[in-house]
Design a protein around this ligand. Structure first.
Ligand code: QAP
Ligand code: CO
Length: 173
């Protein structure tokens, strides 16, 4: 297995809209390697969710594990999400592509997800709490959207400047 490089805000490639995976791509054994590498990269961080967009692979593919033990990997291929309630929930979110920054984001509290699993089989699930937040956060990545898009422009600019400075320092080190 291998650790993959995670793109960081404000990298323009994070704004790419991911395309659906074709049946041949879902059946290809190389997808299993990609999923294992994404899970390894997420656990190593450590993180609770990683979208393919974050590793510069612009297909509709997400991995999530919100369990306490980190022993419940979930894989979503071609996921579609719909809110199940008008109720909204506010949670402090972070992102592996925005390291070191956490801000409150408000999203629907309960969602239904339709997706294909790593076994190639379609499934439906309902989620609430942290899992619901994580699913919505990761699906946003597939649209080229980041949690910082929901916060004030002032806060977003501050975060962008701090990360740009870090990236410059890392490049000259
Ligand atoms: C998305 O985020 C999420 O800043 C997943 O320095 C986050 O796994 C959904 C991470 C919160 C719901 C609530 C962030 C790791 C991990 C950092 C992550 C960092 C190291 C973020
Ligand atoms: Co993220």
């Amino acid at each position: 297995m291998a650790l993959l490089e995670i793109l960081e805000f404000p990298d323009a490639r994070l704004r790419t809209k991911a395309t659906p995976m074709a049946p041949e791509e879902i059946q290809d054994p190389s997808l299993q390697t990609m999923i294992d590498n994404m899970l390894e990269t997420m656990y190593d961080a450590p993180g609770i969710g990683l979208a393919a967009s974050q590793i510069n692979y612009h297909k509709r593919l997400v991995v999530i594990d919100v369990s306490d033990e980190g022993d419940d990997p979930m894989v979503f291929i071609n996921p579609e999400v719909e809110p199940l309630t008008e109720e909204q929930e506010t949670m402090k979110e972070g992102c592996l592509s925005v390291p070191g920054f956490y801000e409150e984001v408000t999203r629907p509290e309960r969602v239904r997800v339709n997706a294909i699993g790593r076994d190639g089989k379609a499934f439906t699930m309902e989620a609430e709490g942290l899992l619901a937040v994580c699913i919505q956060h990761e699906l946003d990545h597939l649209e080229g959207k980041l949690f910082v898009d929901y916060i004030s422009p002032l806060k977003r600019t501050r975060i962008r400047k701090k990360l740009e400075k870090q990236h410059k320092q890392a490049a000259s080190a």
